[in-house]
Design a binder for this molecule. Structure first.
Ligand code: C5P
Length: 226
């Protein structure tokens, strides 16, 4: 019942406007990826880690990797053009002994260990998929192609979801075998008819997307260097 973690770090991060792919952008002097991996290394029960990097940066001895400590035994593989392709590449490289798989965005680099633990506990309790989520502060509208509202879901029933997302390995592999894409892995698992549980996420698991997000992450680290 070992846990494997796929850390996806192969995105370009064009919204950040940096010269290097997002996972390699410095945060308090070290790549975003380094902060994410420090946390993964401290998650109980993890037996295998695969980092999915941009093809041009898939050699961990390269200069962009300076400041990154790979967890013991971690593998690095090249990602694909869509996030789903990168997850599939990571999954294929994971130790066969892992029956629980977590998929984590490197861009959610300050996600606390407790979130990982809640997700693993949910999978161990029998859920095929478990995702961390937080209440939604804005009212959310569904719209048609003209921008006209087609519905207003009750806000109290909505959650904004984060990573790591955890799955039974066989279920995640079946979900990816379908070959369709999605912005999160849970959606593929839901489409197969499995129950996906939402556990408490954490504000610190926000995704670094913009320059403001990077500044926010810098402030959090300055306030609580760990
Ligand atoms: O682009 P976005 O921020 O939504 O990406 C979420 C995560 O997925 C990031 O950690 C990014 O590196 C990863 N990703 C990937 N391969 C892609 C696109 C995104 O590994 N082709």
């Amino acid at each position: 019942r070992g846990v494997g973690v796929v850390v996806v770090a192969a995105g370009s991060g064009s919204r950040l406007g940096a010269a290097v792919p997002k996972a390699f952008v410095p945060l308090a002097g070290r790549p975003l990826l380094a902060w994410a991996l420090d946390t993964v290394a401290g998650v109980p029960g993890v037996v295998s880690v695969v980092v999915v990097a941009p093809a041009a940066l898939a050699d961990p001895s390269g200069p962009q990797w300076s400041g990154v400590t790979l967890p013991v035994g971690a593998r690095v593989v090249a990602g694909g053009s869509e996030r789903t392709d990168s997850v599939a590449a990571g999954l294929a490289a994971l130790d066969p002994a892992c029956h629980v798989v977590l998929v984590h965005d490197a861009a959610r680099c300050l996600t606390p260990v407790g979130v990982f633990e809640r997700v693993v506990a949910g999978v161990r309790a029998g859920y095929a998929g478990v995702v961390p989520g937080v209440p939604v502060v804005d009212t959310v509208k569904a719209v048609d192609e003209r921008g006209v509202v087609t519905g207003t879901p009750q806000r109290s029933a909505l959650r904004a979801v984060q990573t790591p997302q955890g799955f039974r390995r066989d279920v995640l592999e079946a979900a990816h075998a379908g070959g369709s894409g999605a912005t999160d892995d849970a959606a593929l698992v839901e489409a197969l008819g499995h129950e996906v549980l939402v556990v408490d996420g954490d504000a610190r698991a926000f995704k670094v997307t913009t320059v403001d997000d990077l500044a926010h992450a810098e402030r959090l680290l300055a306030a609580d260097p760990g």
